[in-house]
Design a protein around this ligand. Structure first.
Ligand code: GLU
Length: 508
């Protein structure tokens, strides 16, 4: 165990976890495992107005589905808990006070109405109101009020917030493992609220305090948090923790399939693909958003797909197990630019991971899929089916659609195929084929193939014509796997029965 490497996944339980959030968890997990470090889960639930019941359970279940189990967290416990910020709420105020005492923060008593008015006034001038060094000297705060007035306001219960005080015109230098050296002028930043009038810290204060108290070494999170970095870095400096500051890595956005803009829930709805790991039922509207798990994806395929959204192994390899990802993963190989999400590629990953599935698991999955459709197959039959069906499916739930004709005779015959493939002489040809099949002994793939092909050659028929008509009789349509394999599986009696019934029905 490398005690110096400690990373955290810090979701806010404000709704279902987007696949972008799952990717953040995955990269944290990979980094921790690769370096023998600790993977921590911290629930950031200080914004009570955005709290959604069930969201934390959903996040935990999503990680469990993917096998990304935290070493420390609300469920696991650990030496740095509690791991839910709402359970730590009493410890943040003193940090806000410390900043006030050091002159890095101040009380602000401006009411929401007053701020709204200022906003409107600025808007009317075509400008945006920003609470910063240029205006704070003219507003109602502990920088403009005398000590007694501040004291009186607090004692009398006047609501206040605590704001960070950015000095004007300072260059803030930052380092990011993905983006390198960054800098920003403090005059472009507003005096962000650190502590709210409801007695709770904001995300910024709680996040930095907790990262420090939990001895986090690397903050790996989405690019949407990059604009917060100057404040976070300034907070570390203000607290005097610069030497303990974690290293930062901001992961690139996951983009829409068009490549333009961030992948959203609406893109999933429009394109018919999930953007959440599991089904999510909105507790208010009851609306259900589909999840990868319920759509039939394997979690290993999902993880493989997510890993390659933003990270590049530097080789042509695309298929990875979780163990291989742990071995290969490097933060240095995370790219700066957004990665386009491709729903077709997601299916491809699932197809590939199905092909990699261990035999025992595959047998069990086939057994379940067939049983669900009333077929009780023995192990031997399933083992015959697997090599025929497996290459043809992207998802386990497609097993039945690709294999029902192994267990049931077609109940109808595709009229389009009849029109195209069933000619005047086809019934006679098929009757002769029945006779040839009768003679195949033993009834194996090889003997059927040589019997059928022998007849075609002898009669100088077209191979395609005969095979298409034969397929129509056995399957009812122009689809399905190799016919010799299918016939051998069905057995002679069933093949002949299907052929005779088909010839009769089509000719009726
Ligand atoms: N609570 C933040 C979120 O929901 C965490 C951001 C961070 O990792 O610092 O993404």
């Amino acid at each position: 165990m490398n005690q110096n490497i400690r990373v955290r996944f810090a979701p806010s339980p404000t709704g279902p976890l987007h696949i972008g959030g799952l990717r953040t968890a995955l990269f944290n997990y990979l980094f921790a495992r690769k370096h023998g470090g600790t993977f921590i889960m911290r629930i950031e639930d200080t914004d009570q107005t955005r709290f959604v019941p069930g969201a934390e359970d959903y996040i935990v279940e999503s990680l469990e589905w993917c096998g990304l189990i935290p070493d420390e967290g609300p469920r696991q416990g650990g030496g740095f808990g509690p791991y839910r910020q709402s359970e730590r709420k009493n410890l943040y105020e003193e940090y806000a006070m410390e900043l006030i005492l050091k002159g890095y923060a101040y009380y602000a008593f401006d009411t929401p109405e007053e701020l709204e008015n200022l906003r409107k006034k600025q808007e009317a001038k075509g400008e945006t109101f920003v609470y910063d060094a240029s205006v704070r000297e003219s507003l109602k705060n502990s920088l403009t009020m005398d000590e007694q007035a501040v004291e009186k306001s607090i004692v009398s219960g006047t609501p206040y917030v605590i704001r960070f005080k950015f000095e004007s015109n300072q260059v803030i230098e930052m380092q990011d493992l993905v983006r390198g050296e960054l800098s920003v002028n403090s005059s472009t930043l507003d005096d962000k609220i650190l502590f709210k009038s409801d007695g709770m810290p904001t995300y910024h204060l709680a996040n930095v305090v907790d990262d420090n108290l939990m001895a986090i070494s690397h903050v790996i999170r989405g690019e949407e948090w990059l604009p917060s970095l100057p404040l976070h870095v300034s907070l570390y400096r203000a607290f005097g923790w610069e030497h303990l500051m974690p290293q930062f890595a901001h992961l690139p956005l996951i983009l829409k399939p068009t490549g333009k803009g961030k992948l959203s829930k609406r893109d999933g709805e429009k394109g018919g693909f999930p953007v959440f790991p599991l089904d999510w039922k909105d507790p208010e509207s009851g609306e259900i958003s589909p999840g990868y798990r319920e759509e039939g994806y394997q979690s290993d395929a999902c993880i493989n797909m997510l890993a390659l959204l933003g990270w590049n192994p530097g080789t042509e390899q695309e298929l990875f197990t979780l163990e291989e990802l742990i071995f290969e993963f490097q933060l240095e190989k995370v790219g700066k630019s957004g990665s386009r999400f491709d729903p077709e590629k997601a299916k491809w990953f699932n197809h590939q991971h199905l092909q990699m599935m261990p035999d025992g698991d595959m047998i069990a999955a086939f057994y379940k899929a067939l049983k669900l459709n009333g077929v009780n197959c023995d192990k031997c039959q399933i083992e015959t089916l697997i090599p025929i069906i497996k290459p043809r499916i992207n998802f386990i739930h497609e097993v039945w659609d690709q294999s029902w004709f192994f267990f049931q005779a077609p109940s109808s015959f595709d009229p389009g195929v009849i029109k195209k493939r069933w000619r005047e002489d086809t019934p006679d040809q098929m009757s002769l084929l029945v006779e040839a099949i009768q003679d195949c002994e033993p009834f194996t793939i090889e003997s059927i193939e040589s019997g059928v092909k022998g007849l075609i050659v002898e009669k100088q028929w077209g191979m395609g014509t005969i095979m298409n008509a034969w397929r129509l009789l056995l399957v009812g349509a122009a689809r399905g796997p190799g016919l010799f394999e299918l016939a051998a599986f069905l057995g002679k009696a069933e093949v002949i029965n299907r052929m005779k019934t088909g010839i009769e029905q089509i000719n009726r």
